[in-house]
Design a protein around this ligand. Structure first.
Ligand SMILES: Nc1ncnc2c1ncn2[C@@H]1O[C@H](COP(=O)(O)OP(=O)(O)OP(=O)(O)O)[C@@H](O)[C@H]1O
Ligand SMILES: [Mg+2]
Length: 302
């Protein structure tokens, strides 16, 4: 049984509570936690600590950004959320079930995880790649797909601005097109949690904007869906982003409502570079103030 999100009514006014209330109103009930972690640690067999002291709750309807520099532990954390990796210590509840006590294969159909390790058959038509998401298989299981599945696959391709790719072999698509097809595939079984690891990587500006618009449309059409998007760049966050966690060196340096977390000080501290955070039209951006190119004479110390 999935437990309701535990937010005390007496908590200070603003953000998290207001957000939960707003989401609750749009769902017509109190949002439930789809992911809960506490005291999560991960270490390698050699004893290298990859994650330390992670405490995190993701509720229905929330859209999280998971940000941090290279090697911060983002992909490791996402794989735990997807139930494809177990923590070395700590408690993780995915869709109300405790990792280590549940057969994770029963959870996977309700988690939309675009696994970078997934091997997609290159010769399959893109709509058939999407269909394989309904069965969670690499190859299509044709007898398991009916009209409803085919209609949903076509709709998801349209939603991801990839409808025009129907009929094309997956292997002939560009990186950006493949990224959108694989997100449509992950959405096929109507998951409750969508986990995307750097979905904008390799996309040009138009491709990224199509993807971000698709994610925004998705959250409007499926208000209970929760998502986590890993990125290095604030510019890659969808307008629907509600929360953010900043990871550095395997630790959460800040976590909570987006506007509280994505500040000049926290982002600069997390990435180790001075940036100013701008917010326009619901989107975020990081700029480096006063970073003028050095004159050649100064660079040479003359
Ligand atoms: N099996 C492993 N053995 C040793 N080190 C590992 C292992 N898996 C991950 N690491 C290390 O753990 C750290 C975190 O890796 P992870 O892939 O989670 O980082 P990330 O935040 O996703 O980085 P990036 O932004 O580059 O994708 C890295 O330093 C990585 O080299
Ligand atoms: Mg990564």
């Amino acid at each position: 049984m999935i437990s309701p999100l535990d937010v005390p009514d007496s908590a200070p006014v603003r953000s998290a509570n207001e957000e939960v209330s707003a989401r609750g109103a749009s769902l017509g009930r109190r949002p439930e936690a789809v992911l809960r972690m506490s005291g999560v640690r991960v270490w390698t067999p050699e004893g290298m600590v990859l994650l330390e002291g992670i405490r995190w709750t993701v509720a229905e309807g929330q859209h999280w950004a998971l940000l941090g520099p290279n090697g911060a532990g983002k992909s490791t954390l996402l794989r735990i959320a997807a139930g494809v990796r177990h923590p070395s210590a700590g408690a993780v509840d995915v869709l109300g079930r405790r990792l280590g006590r549940v057969d994770v294969r029963t959870l996977w159909p309700r988690i939309g995880f675009v696994d970078p390790a997934h091997r997609t058959p290159q010769e399959l038509a893109v709509e058939d790649v999407v269909l394989t998401g309904a069965t969670g298989t690499v190859q299509p299981l044709w007898e398991r797909y009916g009209d409803a599945e085919r209609r949903r696959a076509a709709w998801l391709l349209e939603l991801m601005a990839a409808g025009r790719l129907a009929g094309r072999a997956f292997g002939t698509c560009s990186d950006g097109e493949r990224a959108r097809v694989l997100i449509a595939r992950a959405l096929m079984p109507a998951p409750r949690l969508l986990l995307l690891d750097e979905p904008s990587a390799g996309l040009d500006m138009a491709g990224r904007e199509d993807l971000l618009a698709g994610l925004a449309d998705l959250s409007a059409s499926e208000p209970a869906l929760a998502s986590v998007v890993v990125s290095h760049h604030l510019e890659d966050l969808p307008v629907t982003t509600t929360h953010a966690m900043l990871l550095a060196g395997g630790r959460a340096v800040a976590s909570g409502p987006g506007d509280d977390v994505l500040t000049d000080a926290t982002v600069s501290g997390c990435f180790g570079v001075g940036v100013r955070i701008l917010r326009t039209g619901g989107r975020w951006a990081a700029v480096h103030p006063g970073r003028e190119p050095q004159a050649p004479r100064e660079a040479l110390g003359g």
